[in-house]
Design a protein. Structure first.
Ligand SMILES: Cc1cc2nc3c(=O)[nH]c(=O)nc-3n(C[C@H](O)[C@H](O)[C@H](O)COP(=O)(O)OP(=O)(O)OC[C@H]3O[C@@H](n4cnc5c(N)ncnc54)[C@H](O)[C@@H]3O)c2cc1C
Length: 403
């Protein structure tokens, strides 16, 4: 354990989350002496709650297309050094088999996120890698080109450590009640390292008060949909809530949503209503529009369109204008959120340490080659689906090779 005297390490890793834990364990395999400093009372807190407690720890198809960054190709080198197979094999050697749930998303067969955290804590214990919990950092200073000095307290007791390298793996702002901090931004500022604008991502979207009652009626309804803006589209479920929209497709588009923009939801992505109604008009002209729509959509959702659409009219009696309106309303449902649920509900942070400031090969700061940044605090933000953990593991591995 870290003691109340000046100890020196090959690297001090700030943050015992996904990136910091992988970095510490990989550094341990290389025989490097590292220390983990964690503000919280335990390791891997976000891993434990991830994927609804089941941890979607990687994805079978990872490419830079699944990430948002001001420099989209920055992560290529990291992902070529630590691949999806490396993640699968790493956990498998500790008895964790992965299973694909959907869209390449891999979860442990046990469905227990704690199994993932236990791999790391067991490895840290076996290699006797020290980890200091409840560490409140007070200062970080570069003593010379060789060392950083970190000072802080644990339960009010002063501690200080020397490290040849410092790894910043303190994550982003999401879920402040779990102790998320802006430590990476503070350190970047102190060392003149640029950061990009940050914002909540993979976050539910809130509808303005004027339209809220329409959504309230639908709260709890989930449908498969295609959600698109000019830049991208996602086909997954959406969930209506009493304040707006959530569900995987909404979380995905939220990462590409710039406030005040509208986007489109195709509530029947596999059915073009214009084509369908034209066909059904001839074959089953006596059918009511509501009957047709209820075949594809939940009744409550169909009923919610009673004001806009002629639900009680027979298909044969629908004018072409009506058919166009039905098609627009259901296949091109327009949404203009008033905001998002913020960092309290976001799964990740978009933006962070500017990748132009880091070596893509080592993730070291170009200005301060023994200062490294990995995981969520870097401006590399993954889609929903295990991509963020793949980035955290991969960046932790790459940094461990270079400290
Ligand atoms: C509800 C939820 C579900 C998620 N589900 C998934 C999923 O299924 N799949 C997926 O790929 N991603 C998921 N994510 C995202 C994923 O958890 C993060 O991308 C990932 O944990 C980032 O790893 P990290 O190591 O960079 O940061 P973190 O895992 O957040 O770790 C950072 C660590 O640093 C510590 N720390 C912070 N400030 C300080 C400080 N000042 N001093 C010392 N320590 C500090 C924190 O306490 C924390 O332990 C989810 C996120 C949330 C919130």
């Amino acid at each position: 354990m870290a003691q109340n005297k000046m100890e020196s390490f090959d690297a001090i890793i700030l943050g015992a989350g996904a990136c910091g834990l992988m970095c510490a364990v990989q550094a341990g395999y290389l025989g490097k002496r590292v220390l983990l400093l964690e503000k919280g009372p335990d390791a891997g807190a976000k891993i434990k709650i991830s994927g609804g407690g089941r941890c979607n720890y990687t994805n079978l198809e990872v490419s830079t297309e699944n990430f948002i960054s001001e420099n989209p190709h920055f992560a290529n080198s990291t992902f070529s050094q630590w691949t999806v197979d490396d993640t699968l094999n790493f956990f498998e050697q500790f008895g964790i088999k992965g299973q694909e749930k959907t869209l390449g998303q891999i979860f442990p067969v046990s469905n227990k996120a704690t199994d993932i955290v236990n791999v790391f804590t067991a490895q840290l214990a076996e290699m006797q890698i020290p980890i200091q919990y409840q560490f409140e950092m007070q200062s970080i200073a570069k003593l010379n080109d060789q060392h950083f000095e970190i000072k802080g307290t644990v339960n009010g007791k002063q501690q200080q450590f020397l490290g040849r390298n410092v790894v910043v793996a303190t994550g982003g702002f999401p879920i402040p009640k779990m102790g998320a901090t802006g430590m990476a931004f503070d350190i970047a500022k102190q060392f003149d390292i640029k950061t990009t604008k940050h914002a909540p991502a993979l976050v539910p979207l809130v509808i303005g008060l004027q339209d809220r009652s329409w959504y309230e009626k639908l709260s709890g309804i989930s449908v498969f949909a295609k959600v698109s803006n000019e830049r991208i589209s996602f086909e997954e479920n959406i969930l209506f809530t009493h304040w707006g929209l959530s569900g995987p497709a909404i979380l995905q588009i939220s990462s590409y949503w710039k406030g005040a923009e509208s986007f489109e939801i195709d509530l029947l992505p596999n059915v073009n209503l214009k084509t369908l109604i034209s066909k059904e008009r001839n074959e089953q002209g006596g059918k009511l529009l509501s009957t047709l729509l209820q075949f594809y959509l939940p009744k409550k959702l169909v009923d919610a369109f009673a004001e806009e659409l002629p639900l009680d009219i027979k298909l044969a009696s629908l004018s072409n204008d009506s058919v166009n309106k039905i098609h627009q309303t259901i296949n091109h449902f327009l949404v203009k959120p008033a905001g998002d649920k913020g960092y309290e509900k976001a799964e990740v942070m978009r933006g962070g340490i500017d990748t132009n400031e880091l070596s893509s090969k080592t993730l070291a700061s170009k200005l301060h080659p023994n200062l490294f940044f990995g995981g969520e605090c870097v401006d590399v933000t993954g889609w929903l689906g295990g991509y963020n953990f793949q980035w955290a593991w991969a960046s932790g591995y790459v940094i461990a090779q270079n400290i």
